[in-house]
Design a protein around this ligand. Structure first.
Ligand code: FAD
Length: 318
């Protein structure tokens, strides 16, 4: 399989299109998810990211009638979905690999599954905190920061496993990591956040995908600061078209971002969410045109289960 950085290199400055999808809730039909992204294949994404979701603690009634708190993964299947994507659409799959909820040994096993499937790209992340805990806690024997997971993947690429004493067959993973134009919510300051970002690159990460943003100036400033810090890898902007008025608060709260006043003002004027969706497409088209002009390597869309608005934007900019 081709590495994300190779796709970018081969494109010779032309901006590529890519998407991120989320596994369906356990029990839902996988075909529906795959059918929903089929229209986006027209824009030839060389790769499709698939998120990974940690277990959540859920209260269930035990046999003795007492409530028990048990860990349940609500959105399993990342590795299987990657296999289906590659088979059905002939695209490269980029699974997300997270620290949260995994021991290092469990992570090593997942990385072998991916390697055996012929997958050569991973987006390495710390992962979201477990919902009921609120703050991130590593599993006993797991990683606390994405940088530690970068080291594990990089070592596997060099044939170094956790416990083996002799050199193992080398994996060939291209390592992506997350970056935050509006600062990660846990970071003490923008300065420390950049220090930690730079460390991930120094330890072996090959490219950055940003958190979503609605104001391109935030991305431009982020790239400028990265370059000033000596970070030279591709920085892929992550984009999500605004689709409902509620998202103005929900997305801002979940992802710790600020909407530009102009977009908020226009959204407030909309009488229905259909109008907001149309505004989101128009805003997205303007954002994308400016980002292409700037020379971004890829426009990476968070589909979040819906693809019609992404398709409408892509059809106007590609
Ligand atoms: P890290 O790089 O580990 O950073 C986390 C925080 O710790 C930052 O504030 C950083 O500044 C700080 N930090 C880092 N190293 C140190 C250190 N040594 N000492 C002190 N502080 C440090 N979540 C999922 O659960 N599944 C997904 O599939 C998923 N996909 C994502 C895709 C993208 C493109 C993005 C942007 C986010 C995604 N997330 C996903 C969310 C992500 O897991 C969370 O934002 C998480 O809180 C941070 O992950 P990270 O990899 O950036 O963490």
């Amino acid at each position: 399989m081709t590495k994300v950085t190779e796709f970018i290199h081969q494109a010779q400055g032309k901006t590529l299109f890519s998407i991120e999808i989320i596994p369906p809730l356990k029990g839902q039909n996988i075909t529906e998810l795959l059918d929903s992204i089929e229209p986006l294949m027209e824009f030839k994404p060389p790769f499709v990211d698939v998120t990974y979701h940690r277990e959540e603690l859920i209260d269930v009634k035990g046999q003795n009638g007492l409530i028990e708190r048990i860990p349940i993964r609500k959105r399993p299947g990342t590795v299987g979905i990657c296999a289906r994507l590659m088979e059905r659409f002939k695209v490269d799959a980029v699974p997300h690999v997270i620290c949260g909820g995994f021991t290092k040994d469990e992570t090593e096993d997942v990385l072998f599954d991916l390697h055996y499937l012929g997958i050569d790209n991973v987006l390495v992340l710390r992962g979201d905190p477990e919902k009921s805990a609120g703050v991130f806690k590593a599993k006993l024997g797991g990683h606390t920061y994405a940088s530690e997971l970068v080291v594990q993947v990089d070592k596997m690429n060099k044939g170094v496993l956790l416990h083996a004493e002799t050199e193992a067959a080398h994996t060939n993973f291209c390592i992506g990591i997350a970056g935050y134009p509006e600062k990660h919510f846990d970071a003490e300051s923008l300065d420390t956040d950049f220090e930690h970002l730079k460390r991930k690159i120094d330890l072996g990460a090959n490219y950055i995908v940003t958190q979503m943003f609605f104001d391109n100036q935030k991305y431009f400033r982020f790239v400028d600061r990265c370059r000033a810090e000596g970070i030279t890898v591709p920085i892929i902007p992550g984009l999500k078209p605004l689709a409902t008025k509620r998202q103005l608060t929900v997305l801002a709260d979940i992802f710790h971002l600020e909407f530009p006043q102009e977009l908020v003002k226009e959204a407030e004027k909309c009488a229905t969410d259909k109008e907001v969706r149309q505004l989101g497409v128009e805003w997205g088209v303007q954002q994308c045109k400016e980002l292409i002009e700037y020379g971004v390597p890829v426009l990476h869309f968070y589909t979040m289960g819906k693809s019609d608005n992404v398709a409408r934007i892509a059809s106007q900019v590609f």
